[in-house]
Each structure stands twice: as C-alpha cells, then as structure tokens.
Design a protein around this ligand. Sequence first.
Ligand code: FAD
Length: 394
Amino acid sequence: MSNKIPEKSITVVGGGASGMMAALSAAMHGAKTVRIIEKNNALGRKLLATGNGRCNLTNINCSDAPETLQFFEHIGLLTRVEDEGRVYPYSGQAAAVQEILVCSLRDLQVKVFCGMEVESIDRKGDGFLIRIRDHEPMKTDVLILAAGGKAGPQYGSTGDGCRWARTLGHTVVSLMPSLVRLVSDLSFFHALKGVRAKGRAELMRMNQVVEQEIGEIQFTEDGLSGICIFNLSRHYKKGDIIRIDLFPEFSDEMLEELVISRINESGGGSIKEILNGMLNKKLVAVILKEIDLDEESKAGKLSREEILKIISILKGWQISIAGTKGWKEAQITSGGVELSEINSNTMESKLVPGLYFAGELLDVDEKCGGYNLQWAWSSGMKAGKSAAAISKKI
Ligand SMILES: Cc1cc2nc3c(=O)[nH]c(=O)nc-3n(C[C@H](O)[C@H](O)[C@H](O)COP(=O)(O)OP(=O)(O)OC[C@H]3O[C@@H](n4cnc5c(N)ncnc54)[C@H](O)[C@@H]3O)c2cc1C
C-alpha cells in the first residue's frame, strides 16, 4: 500500500492572462495536479490584442513590476521599457508573451482543456463541481476563478465569472465598460472625425472637476477617444460632461494677449485665418460655429466680448457626453467581485474556503499603460501560490 499523501486538485477556470499566471504560479510552487479550463480554442486570445498587438505587459511605475519582470525574464521573455514606463516584449509582438506562457504551462505539465465552456459551478462537499457544455462535469478540490469581466467579449470574457461568484455567495459591484470611447450626440463630431489635438481634458460633474488628463484627444465621428479620454472613462457617470482646454500651456490672459497681437498684426484678415495658424482647421470651423461667430468676420472688427468668447471656448470647451461605447470596444471592466470579501494576501475568498480569484473578474480597474495586465499577473501569482500551499494540506 502506498503511503503517499494524495494532493488536492487545483482547477483554474479561464485561460487568459490571470488564469495562465495562476496555473503557472501554482505549478511553480509545487502543486502537482493543476488544470486550466478555457472556452476558446487557444489560451490567451485577448493577450494577442493588447497594446495594439504589442502587449504593454506592465509599467515600471507599478510596485509589483519588478516581480513580474523577474518572472518573465525567468521564463525567457526579453522586454524593453518605452515611454512613460510602459514595458513591451522586445520583439514587439504580443504573441511572444502568449506563446512563452503556453510553453511554460506545457513544461510544468499543467493540463490545458481548451474549447470547453464552463456553464455553472457549485459547491460539492469541500470542493466544487464544474459543469461544462457538452462534456462530463469535473470535480476539483481548489478552484481559481479567472474568467475575466465583460470587456472585449469577442475574446471570450462575457461576465460568466461574476455570475458564478454570485452563486457561490459573493457580492458583485455592478459592471461598466471602461477604458473606452465617450460618445456624444452633438452633430459637429461628423466634421471632426480623425482630428487629433493635444490638450487637457477634464471630466466634470455638477461644475466640479472629477478627474483630469493631459495628452492627445482624438475626435471621432460620434465622440472622443485617445488615452486620456480612456482614462477619464473609468470615472464616467451619466450626466457628466468633458471640458477641453486646447491651450493648456497658456493662461486665459496669455492666450488673449496672443490672439490680440495676432489680430493686430494680421492686416485685416478673418478670424478663421488667425485661428487656423494656431489650431486644426476643422476645430476652428466648429468652435466658431459653436459660439455663433461668422468665420469670415474681420478679426480687427471683433468686440472685446467676442474675443473673450473665443478665449473661453479655446480654454474651456464644454462637450456633453451621452454615454460610453459598449463592451465590444471596452478594454476593461469596472466593477466586479467585491474586494472586501477576498483576502488580498492570498486572493482566497473569505466566504468560501478553497475558492480563489484572479484578474479582471475582481472589482479592480486601472488606467492605460500596462497597469491592468500587471493586476492580472500579480493577482494570478498570489492566487496560484496560495492555492498550491493549501493543495498540499490534506
Ligand atoms: C483590445 C484590448 C487591449 C488591451 N491592451 C492592454 C495593454 O496593452 N496593457 C494592459 O495592461 N491591459 C490591456 N488590456 C486589458 C487586459 O487585456 C486585461 O486587463 C487582462 O486581459 C485581464 O486578464 P484576465 O485573465 O483577468 O481576463 P481575460 O483576459 O478576459 O481572460 C478570461 C478568460 O476566461 C475565459 N472564459 C470566460 N468565460 C468562460 C467560460 N464560461 N468557460 C471557460 N472559459 C471562460 C475567456 O475566454 C478568457 O480567455 C487590453 C484589453 C483589450 C480588450
């Protein structure tokens, strides 16, 4: 008779960034029976789309970045740091990150079940019963939920993880698309499609600034885009507006002085001609229309009041926002499994022993720049390590 103590099995549901990391971390910490169930035909499909196909995998400004970089170095990925601390694979290919994770899972003998869609999960004794569409159910002692949120459903995550978390007794903070374009009903956006301007964008609620960003603002046929708008979208609530300062380097007084001196030197030109020398032409046309000023008006004939109106819109253009784009365009989910119900050191549920969480499924969302994948990596690492520790305790 063998006197070997049997180990508990660990099952990770969801083979995205956090799930792959959780399974690797469990195996690296000595767990012997680790498997991943993923509904897509391959692991890490969303990873391939990250960073415009280049995968901005972390940011050196994150406190956990050194550990992540050490991990990727250890499994053989060469990386490089670019602007604002963003880290990319040296090859510039997201596929390099996905492939190296898949190869490491193979090397550590993690069992991978792709093309298997989990339908429901229930507590069964001290473990869990996982029901899978068109397959036999699977039992597991330890469960790591890493099925993502609802952002980018075309890559597989449709909110199932939050549904299971609720069934297992957890609270889920309502889910909203985030890092996403803001949509406006204003008709002038058709004329601005493709325009980019550097400036300050402020998210305003009841005349108060909720959040602000400086950077490139992109105008689309139906609203606003660009990294700074994405970052503001994390805080968006119905009724909020965006205020844009197209000249953040100038105070109102400096800009007024500049416009007046240009008018004085213009020798009878129109206001449109003056502003075209300072700003994208399409923006000039829309802005002048917004303040009811004929673009052909002779600049020298403008009243002080009209000049102040121009300064006011250039420095504080208020744009009403109807909402955000939907899940398909969102990069992440805001909301998710309530953090107070999770032990942040181990990622284990405080309500259900043996249940762990990782990644976007939790109520964590970060700004652009590698911070969201960093959360997937660090939560996955912790969940896998702690799951491995309890898998050895019978
Ligand atoms: C276009 C795009 C670009 C991005 N770029 C960046 C970037 O450059 N840097 C950055 O930091 N972040 C980026 N992000 C965000 C980043 O991709 C996510 O934060 C990260 O992928 C979350 O990892 P996750 O493992 O928690 O979830 P996911 O990656 O969504 O993985 C969840 C997995 O669970 C599987 N699953 C879901 N339901 C089931 C089920 N019922 N049965 C079985 N499997 C299931 C899914 O198929 C999926 O593979 C980007 C996101 C998008 C959409």
